[in-house]
Design a protein around this ligand. Structure first.
Ligand SMILES: *Cc1c(COP(=O)(O)O)cnc(C)c1O
Length: 480
């Protein structure tokens, strides 16, 4: 096998015989063209083969990850699964295009195709979310928040947000995040007894601290968020409102959760949590062209966001991700996607109800969205979120520990578990399977013997029985 020394890829006959070939008699280079260019289909069809030939290590790891996904239950609320069409757009030659700026104002040549790709992604995002403005360039949900904060705040300005220990996100002002470093952060809290957002208390805090920006939206909150109430509070104190819907974006698209797009000045989301490629998105509703002064310049909100996206915070957009976002937004317009969002909620409610029925402490008593929060600390001799996560993982049930509001345990141990239903729903599971999964979780959490905050023992017959049942479920509802 002949390998191209630059790419390590197998050389094709046509390449060997034509590229820079020298005709000895004439003594001059003949740049004979290959007779036929490889078609786009042929070129991309060989992707997995090229990886196998070039790097067996990564290839084997990729296969191992595929097997892991096919043989365990994915119940992490922050995860979803994109389609193969989205994967194809991610792993395409579009990844090779470099440019800066936005459509119509690029800093490099050769953008006619990627301009069309980005235009399509923007128009589909607007249609999916019923928005007036969409920016598809943010590299991540965190990056989308960074762009908004940098666009409209000055260093040291005050933010009011839900603390990360209460269900908020790191990028909403956590001390360990850039947001906590560069801005003055005050927090609002969920109610100590009900674990629900208390809008009167939030208003009182806002009136007291006079923030320049209020952030709503959460990573661990299982109830509906009233964006209208947040906007009324923001208006009362003269603050901007940022709604970060990363976790619930799919539900918002489907109308299974109210939309913030016309309430908030800015709506941000990650694009993988609703089932697309990794990346971020910034949306605006009817106020997108409102002129405001920020950083000494009076511009529309949209202009502020674009100048801050590039050159403010990011460089070149990931155009393959933008192409994949376009594919994903198209998928969200289909009935299948929309109907699935309601099933995701129904499955989460079934899971919550079944677990509560088995005696588990479900925060807020249930859920309105795709996630279920469990307090495991009342179970068998001081169970921690960490031990619960580990012993479930040993049995093939993949979840994440989560700090609960007013949790007395550290973030590395926690008292809680967060479960989510997007992937099992996408794999076709329904109420019967949610009952089975609840029974499996129950058997593990009640069967585990806690040794320390992070160590445990589980009897072999129990763990292999659960593991076998998990594999059975995965066989019946595989990723295809
Ligand atoms: C997941 C999440 C993000 C972060 O998105 P990344 O793309 O992972 O950076 C931001 N905000 C909230 C509320 C999230 O849940």
């Amino acid at each position: 096998m002949l390998l191209d020394e630059h790419s390590g890829e197998e050389l094709h006959g046509s390449k060997l015989s034509t590229v820079g070939a020298v005709d000895k008699e004439a003594g001059e280079a003949i740049n004979k063209r290959p007779e036929k260019l490889q078609s786009c289909e042929e070129y991309h069809k060989g992707i997995l083969d090229a990886l196998r030939r070039t790097d067996l290590d990564v290839y084997e790891l990729l296969k191992a990850e595929y097997d892991r996904l096919q043989n365990s239950l994915q119940l992490i609320a922050a995860e979803n699964r994109c389609s193969r069409a989205v994967l194809a757009a991610l792993g395409s030659v579009v990844q090779n295009k470099t440019t800066e700026g936005f459509v119509g104002a690029r800093y490099h040549g050769g953008c006619e195709v990627v301009d069309d790709i980005e235009t399509l992604a923007v128009s589909r995002a607007k249609e999916a979310f019923d928005a007036q403005y969409a920016n598809v360039q943010p590299h991540s949900g965190t990056g989308a928040n960074q762009i908004v904060l940098t666009a409209i705040l000055d260093r040291g300005d005050k933010i009011l947000s839900l603390g990360v220990d209460q269900g908020g996100h790191l990028s909403h002002g956590a001390p360990v995040s850039f947001t906590g470093k560069f801005f003055d952060v005050a927090n609002y809290y969920v109610d100590k007894k009900t674990f629900l957002l208390d809008y009167d208390a939030i208003r009182d805090t806002a009136v007291r601290v006079r923030p320049r920006l209020i952030i709503c939206g959460a990573s661990a909150y299982s109830r509906t968020i009233d964006f209208g109430k947040f906007r009324a509070i923001a208006d009362e104190v003269g603050a901007y409102l940022l709604a970060d819907i990363s976790h619930i974006a799919g539900l918002v698209i489907a109308g299974a959760h109210p939309s913030p797009v016309d309430y908030a000045h800015f709506t941000t989301t990650s694009t993988y949590k609703p089932g697309g490629p990794r990346g971020g998105l910034i949306l605006m509703g009817k106020e997108f062209d409102r002129k405001v002064n920020a950083g000494g310049k009076t511009l529309s909100l949209a202009e502020h966001i674009e100048r801050t996206t590039f050159p403010g915070v990011q460089g070149t957009p990931y155009l393959n991700n933008v192409a994949a976002k376009a594919v994903f937004f198209k998928e969200t317009l289909r009935d299948e996607y929309r109907a699935r969002q309601f099933k995701i909620i129904a499955n989460a409610q079934r899971l919550a109800c079944a677990l509560a029925g088995l005696g588990h402490d479900v925060l807020t008593g249930g859920t309105d969205n795709h996630m279920v929060l469990l307090n495991v600390s009342n179970l068998g001799g001081g169970l921690t979120g960490l031990v619960a996560q580990k012993c479930l993982e040993q049995c093939g049930i993949i979840v994440n520990m989560n700090r609960l509001p007013y949790d007395k345990r550290a973030a590395s141990v926690t008292s809680g578990l967060r479960l989510g239903t997007p992937i099992v729903t996408k794999n076709g599971m329904g109420a019967a399977e949610m009952n089975s999964i609840s029974a499996l979780i129950d058997a593990v959490l009640k069967g585990v013997r806690v040794i320390t905050n992070s160590e445990y023992q589980i009897d072999e017959p129990l763990s292999s029985e659960v593991r076998d049942k998990v594999v059975d479920l995965c066989r019946k509802f595989s990723m295809r």
